[in-house]
Each structure stands twice: as structure tokens, then as C-alpha cells.
Design a protein around this ligand. Structure first.
Ligand SMILES: Cc1ncc(COP(=O)(O)O)c(C=O)c1O
Length: 448
């Protein structure tokens, strides 16, 4: 049976959605005047809230001067300023970037830069990628190929790249031979075994999410995992790509998500929080090691698009990042992580279905299970995560429930990813509306 046939109907339905009219800060309003608090920054994007006048003014000022200086004709103040900001935020040798318009393009660019690096070194045998199950890297063919997300891939099988696949690395659901404490090491060992099995000379890069988003529900890499991955990649000449489209730009309480693990990747994708949804913007950021090789052999990256370095998009990114820096929002996210987790735990206390509460920074999820001891998921037929999304909307809350995190089909997780500048009162409202929606759905389904 196909994956689609096993999944509940209307999984991606956008029928009957409310029509958005306007927004301010953490709140959105539909055309009927109903108010919604944005508990997940939409899909973990609107990190400084909606309709920020300073950002809108900066975009307008840029549009009034010039909307877009095409990358082969011009650089611009906005592009150069954003590059300086990102370099300072990344630190280390992550000083090079290709700007794009979203997460899939950022990942696609990282994959291509990795291939170009090996080509520049004369190692044309290094063409394959390694990635993990239960991961999401985007919807273009390359990014989709490295993703481990059954439902979103099935219709395209046959035209996707042949990618080596490793187990997810999740302390709550350890690899079969491991425990919560040893699953990081077991995951790293799998990487090394796969490199040796396929032959190190065949692999271009390993790509992973430091904190898995849509496909797992805020699953952080266990402590020590990223460092072991770094060592293994270095040992075999395989590049390390950190996909920080969802977890980066401050979302996890450090500007780079992998910063918390003390690791610098060779390449890194960012998007969502970079311009916080004010205009479409992403970047593939890469180290001097990669840049020097490409520069010497080819002069420049052989990837990019018409709207690469779009001037108004860069101006939006500059304005957003200035606010994030000036208002110390990454520091706020870092300082509030424990508080947000315990607010969620308190609000869901007594709900038998809560199996795990996890994540980093303002990227925290609650996983729901039918049996806490066995960690057994609810069968997908209950459509729990979709019903929670609907109930939350009815209760005036936007959150980010995801499904299929256990085996690609079953599993229900509710992600909260508030705007970094949400007030304490707004955080309270987000958490209590989330808990209310979860309880109402479980009760109505006879599952509590
Ligand atoms: C980790 C990760 N990578 C890549 C993408 C793709 O980004 P986009 O939807 O902007 O193309 C996403 C989107 O959710 C993501 O979460």
C-alpha cells in the first residue's frame, strides 16, 4: 500500500482556511475580525512578530531607491551590510555566502557547493550524499532527495538522487542497539560505517538538522553527537552540512544552532528567521576551507539565481537582524528556554498522552503517545495532529503540529516556536491555549 493510502485523508488540505486580513506583533486577525496569537511564528519564521514598522520602513526606503540590483551588475549597501552581520553572527571561518530566496534553495545551494568543492579538488568520484531518516530539507529535487519524509517524497520516487540513509538520532527514541545516553555515539558510528561501506572516495557530504524540525518535532542532536560527526567527516574528507533553515538565526538560543554543540560545519543553510518573513530570503553559508578551494579552481560558486542577493530582501534581513541584535533577542530566547519548557510541562500536567517535551530555545515540542511506557504512537487514523491544528485555530492560536515522526506515518507532535520578542503574558497565552487545544482534542477523541 502506498504511503498516501495509509495516511489520513486531507493531510495537506488548505480548504476552509480563514482569510488573513492584518497582523501586529504576536497577533493576526482574519477578515471576520477573529484574533489569533502566533504561537509558532507561523512555520518558525516570524521571529520578531508581524508588521514591524522599522522593518517595513527599511524595505520601503530600499524599494524607493532600487528594488533589485542584479548580482552580475551590482553589489549594494544592503547586501554588504547583511554579509557583515552574518559573518559577525557566525564567527569562525563561515564568511562566505550565496543568497537565495528560501530554505530549499539554501539547501540545494549547499549540496551544489559541496559537489563543486570536490570537483575543484579533482575528486569527481565524490558525488553521493548521506542524510538521516525523519528529516526535512526542502521541496526542490536535490533537497527532497536528502530528506527523510515518506509522505512528501513518494510521488517523486524514481527521479530522486540515490542517497545513503542513517537512523534518526533521538534520545527519546534511541537507535535499537542504544540507550538515550548512547544513541548519539551509535548514530555517529552509523555514519562512519556507511562511509566505509560505500567507500570514502564516493561521498561528497553528510547533511543533517542540528535540531530536527517538521519531520521529528524539535529533536536536538544529543550532546557530543555533532563533535563526533565533525571528526568522522574530517577523517574521510566528507563535508558536513548543517541545515539550520528552521533551527538557525537565533531560534534555538544561539544564532547558529550548532554553536551550542561547539562545532563549525563546512556549509550551513539558513532562511526562515533571517528576514523573519518580511521578504523571502535565505543563504547558503560556507567556510573558508570550501571557499578557498572553489576560488582557486573556479573563481566563484557555480550556483545562484536571478534573485540571488535581491536588494530589498537583503534590506529586510538587515533590518530584522539589527532588531534581533539591539533588543538582545537571541539572549532572551536562550535565557527563557527552561522557563518555556516548564510552562509547557505545567500546562500539560496530568495529560497521560504527553510522552516527551523537548527542544532548544524557542523551538519546543510536546510529543503525544498512546502508551507512555511503550512510547507507542496513536494510530495515524485519529488524525490527532491535524485535529489539534484545527482546534487551536478555533481557540485563536497558531501552533505547528506535525505527524509521522515515529515511522513516517504514525506520530503526533505539537511544536511551539513563539516570536523571540513575545511578552511573558503572550507566552502564557500561547502555552495555555496550546494545552487547552490538546486536552479538548484528546477528550473529544476519547483518548485521554
Ligand atoms: C530544516 C529545513 N530545511 C529546509 C526547509 C525548506 O525550506 P523552504 O520551505 O523555505 O523551501 C525547511 C522548511 O520547513 C526546513 O525546516
Amino acid at each position: 500500500m502506498s504511503v498516501a493510502a495509509k495516511l489520513p485523508a486531507n493531510i495537506g488540505s488548505t480548504d476552509n482556511l480563514p482569510k488573513v486580513a492584518w497582523a501586529k506583533g504576536c497577533y493576526l486577525y482574519d477578515v471576520d475580525g477573529k484574533q489569533y496569537i502566533d504561537g509558532s511564528s507561523g512555520p518558525a519564521v516570524y521571529s520578531i512578530g508581524h508588521a514591524n514598522a522599522e522593518v517595513n520602513d527599511a524595505i520601503k526606503a530600499q524599494l524607493d531607491r532600487v528594488a533589485h540590483g542584479y548580482r552580475y551588475n551590482f553589489t549594494s549597501d544592503a547586501l554588504e551590510e547583511l554579509t557583515d552581520i552574518i559573518r559577525a553572527r557566525c564567527g569562525g571561518t563561515l564568511r562566505h555566502m550565496v543568497y537565495v530566496t528560501g530554505g530549499s534553495e539554501a539547501v540545494e545551494s549547499c549540496l551544489k557547493l559541496a559537489l563543486q568543492y570536490h570537483a575543484a579538488r579533482g575528486e569527481m568520484s565524490r558525488r553521493r550524499f548521506i542524510a538521516r531518516e525523519r528529516s526535512w530539507h526542502g521541496n526542490t529535487l536535490g533537497a527532497l532527495s536528502v530528506s527523510g519524509f515518506l509522505e512528501r517524497k513518494e510521488a517523486f520516487e524514481g527521479s530522486l538522487l540515490d542517497v545513503s540513509r542513517l537512523s534518526p538520532v533521538n534520545a527519546y527514541r534511541p537507535i535499537a542497539s542504544a540507550t538515550a545516553d548512547t544513541t548519539g555515539e551509535a548514530g555517529a558510528r552509523e555514519l562512519e560505517e556507511e562511509i566505509l561501506r560505500g567507500g570514502p572516495e564516493t561521498f561528497a557530504a553528510f547533511i543533517f538538522e542540528p535540531v530536527v524540525g517538521a519531520a521529528g518535532g524539535c529533536v536536538p542532536a544529543p550532546p557530543g553527537y555533532a563533535k563526533r560527526v565533525r571528526e568522522i567527516c574530517d577523517r574521510y574528507g566528507v563535508l558536513m552540512i548543517s541545515d539550520e533553515v528552521m533551527s538557525g538565526a537565533g531560534r534555538c538560543g544561539t544564532w547558529r544552532a550548532l554553536e551550542a554543540d561547539g562545532v563549525e560545519p563546512d556549509l550551513m543553510s539558513v532562511a526562515k528567521g533571517l528576514a523573519a518573513g518580511y521578504l523571502p530570503l535565505g543563504a547558503a553559508i560556507y567556510s573558508s576551507k570550501v571557499a578557498d578551494v572553489i576560488q582557486r579552481a573556479h573563481g566563484a560558486p557555480m550556483t545562484g539565481h536571478t534573485f540571488t542577493g535581491h536588494t530589498a530582501c537583503c534590506a529586510a534581513g538587515v533590518a530584522v537582524q539589527k532588531i534581533v541584535q539591539r533588543e538582545k533577542l537571541v539572549e532572551r530566547v536562550h535565557a527563557n528556554e527552561a522557563k518555556l519548557k516548564s510552562m509547557i510541562a505545567d500546562a500539560l500536567r496530568g495529560v497521560e498522552a504527553v510522552g516527551d517535551i523537548r527542544g532548544r530555545g524557542y523551538f519546543i515540542a510536546a510529543e503525544l503517545v498512546a502508551d507512555r511506557k511503550a512510547k507507542a504512537p496513536f494510530p495515524a487514523k485519529h488524525k490527532l495532529f491535524m485535529r489539534i491544528r484545527q482546534q487551536a485555530l478555533a481557540n485563536g492560536l497558531i501552533c505547528y503540529p506535525v505527524g509521522g515522526n515515529v515511522d513516517g506515518i504514525n506520530g503526533d507532535v505539537v511544536i511551539l516556536a513563539p516570536p523571540y520578542n513575545a511578552t511573558d503574558a503572550e507566552l502564557d497565552e500561547i502555552v495555555s491555549k496550546m494545552a487547552k487545544s490538546v486536552k479538548e482534542v484528546l477528550t473529544a477523541s476519547g483518548l485521554n
